[in-house]
Design a protein around this ligand. Structure first.
Ligand code: CA
Length: 531
């Protein structure tokens, strides 16, 4: 009954074309013409680090509130697994080769269409708090406090509506949330609908936890993934990548200060960069130097114990396991703080009564390796970084506690939000509205395959070969195009979910291989990929 009522309302909503009406909120069966939107994004948050997906690593009770109150997307993916290009894809609803932001270094054309500007023009109050990682702050925002580039975990510098502020003392995840709550309070009883981009820096490298999460952190232990000690047999591109936990920076990543390790042996993904290790170590020491006396006092016993542990395990059989635990401790503590702070926002929505008419989205700019294949970082089309979390809560339209297995992409978010806000979508958007999935069934004409492409050159951070590919519900084909590393890889995700065996030459999969190669050609044509 619940579902039928709201589907009738939805039918009305989907027929709403043209500019959004000027009238007050129209509650047809609880579905508003102009719902509020809170778009929460974190940075590098793997699905495996959200307990709504699996509780093997961490409990995230607040993120789970979004899933429990709405829909969990089990098969949610990105189009290009790296920070700034993923954000550009989300904002434009288009693949990297169309929006132009193909890697972290290429420019993003700030004059192109984005969904925040479209909602602003349709009468929404729009805002951004946190990290956007594009050279230019997205256009069409009424209010923003944006971190510069990657930002800092402690005492960050924000740009407030064009003005660069002095560093603000505090922990960045909390500060971003304070500003988001301030904006919500300003608009709680307003007539104008709002769309807020509440975008965290965490849990991006170098995973510096909040001081309140340091006590007891070094005593936590986590299960190692089965392929932490991957030998990369049959997968030369994976073998060549510089993103192994075994080679992490001992300084910036594992938090061993100079006093305990003056010569960091890590490559940290910077083998292409002469002097990179020394530069990144210095970056970490600068981060410690800029802590306030109180923050430094909280960190001191932690750093001393880490340093002593490093000296004990360095060069022993225990070293890799110790490195993995150190990585997980800091990464998951950074996630915990995101979860705690998202909880503050959800509490406010509940207390203020805004929750009923507010769409809450939680996603990340992509997934991340948490020790799978021995790695940290992202970039590859292998599952852990191809995937990204996606949770959507909107009580009038989405039945609580539902999930879908449909293949969805980050470029689907822009058309989804336009659809829900009754704003017409430009014809050239490449994503699909997710609204038809909200009823729980996947429409018969939903996509069967998704296209992926990673552009950054091999001779850059982490040495990941350029590639593209297609993924269906069971099989995945990756075509590596980097000179010297050309070739195909094929995985049966049902038989081999950790992607340890490249089956490209397996005669029993010839038909699948040909079908995937045809799909790849079709996707390239459909999506206007010309190189
Ligand atoms: Ca990222």
């Amino acid at each position: 009954m619940y579902r039928c009522l709201y589907l009738l309302s939805l039918a009305g909503l989907l027929c709403t074309c043209g500019p959004a009406p000027d009238s007050d909120t129209d509650r047809r069966g609880g579905v508003s013409d102009r719902p509020n939107i809170i778009f929460i994004m974190s940075d590098d948050h793997a699905q495996r680090a959200i307990s709504a997906y699996t509780d093997e690593l961490i409990q995230t009770p607040n993120l789970d509130r979004i899933a429990d109150g709405g829909m969990l997307f089990r098969n949610s993916f990105v189009t290009n697994s790296i920070c700034a290009p993923s954000r550009a894809a989300i904002l434009t609803g288009k693949y990297s080769h169309i929006n132009g932001k193909i890697d972290n270094l290429s420019p993003f054309d700030p004059d192109q269409w984005t969904f925040p500007e479209a909602l602003h023009e349709a009468g929404y109050r729009t805002s951004l708090f946190g990290k956007h990682h594009l050279t230019y702050v997205p256009k069409g925002l009424d209010e923003y406090r944006a971190l510069i580039d990657q930002g800092d975990y402690y005492n960050p510098t924000f740009i407030h509506n064009g003005d660069t502020l002095a560093p603000t003392m505090g922990y960045t995840t909390r500060l971003i949330t304070d500003y988001a709550l301030e904006e919500l309070r300003r608009n709680a009883d307003g007539e104008q609908p709002f769309m807020m981009l509440y975008w965290h820096k965490a849990p991006h490298r170098n995973w510096m936890p909040d001081t309140s999460d340091l006590p007891g952190l070094l005593d936590k232990t986590y299960p190692e993934p089965a392929n932490l000690r991957d030998d990369y047999a049959g997968r030369p591109r994976a073998e060549h990548a510089d993103m192994r936990i075994a080679d992490m920076f001992v300084s910036q990543d594992l938090k061993v200060i100079e006093e305990y390790e003056p010569n960091d042996p890590g490559t940290g993904g910077a083998t292409f960069w002469e002097g990179g290790t020394e530069r990144m170590a210095q970056y970490f020491y600068n981060e410690i130097d800029r802590l306030t006396p109180e923050q430094r006092a909280a960190w001191k016993p932690f750093l001393d114990r880490v340093g002593r542990e490093w000296q004990r395990v360095k060069g022993t059989d225990e070293e890799l396991s110790w490195r993995y635990q150190r990585y997980m401790q800091d990464y998951l503590a950074s996630v915990k703080s995101v979860d705690d702070n998202v909880g503050r926002v959800l509490d406010y929505l509940d207390e203020s009564g805004l929750a009923e008419n507010t769409i809450v989205i939680y996603t990340s700019d992509q997934g991340f390796y948490l020790g799978e294949h021995g790695w940290y970082d992202k970039r590859f089309m292998y599952e852990e970084s191809h995937r990204t979390p996606l949770l959507i809560k909107y009580p009038p339209l989405i039945e609580p506690g539902t999930s879908t297995d449909a293949l969805v992409l980050n470029i689907d978010l822009a058309p989804t939000l336009l659809d829900l806000a009754g704003v017409p979508a430009p014809e050239d958007l490449q994503g699909y509205s997710l609204v038809p999935l909200f009823e729980g069934e996947t429409p018969a004409d939903w996509r069967d395959y998704i296209y992926y492409r990673y552009y950054q050159q091999m001779n850059s951070f982490h040495r990941v070969a350029r590639h593209e590919g297609v993924r269906g519900n069971r099989y995945k084909l990756i075509h590596f195009t980097e000179p010297g590393f050309e070739g195909y890889e094929l995985y049966d995700l049902q038989e081999d979910p950790m992607e340890m065996e490249n089956r490209i030459d397996d005669p029993s999969l010839t038909a699948e291989k040909e079908r995937l190669q045809t799909e790849l050609r079709e996707k390239r044509r459909e999506l206007r990929v010309t190189d």
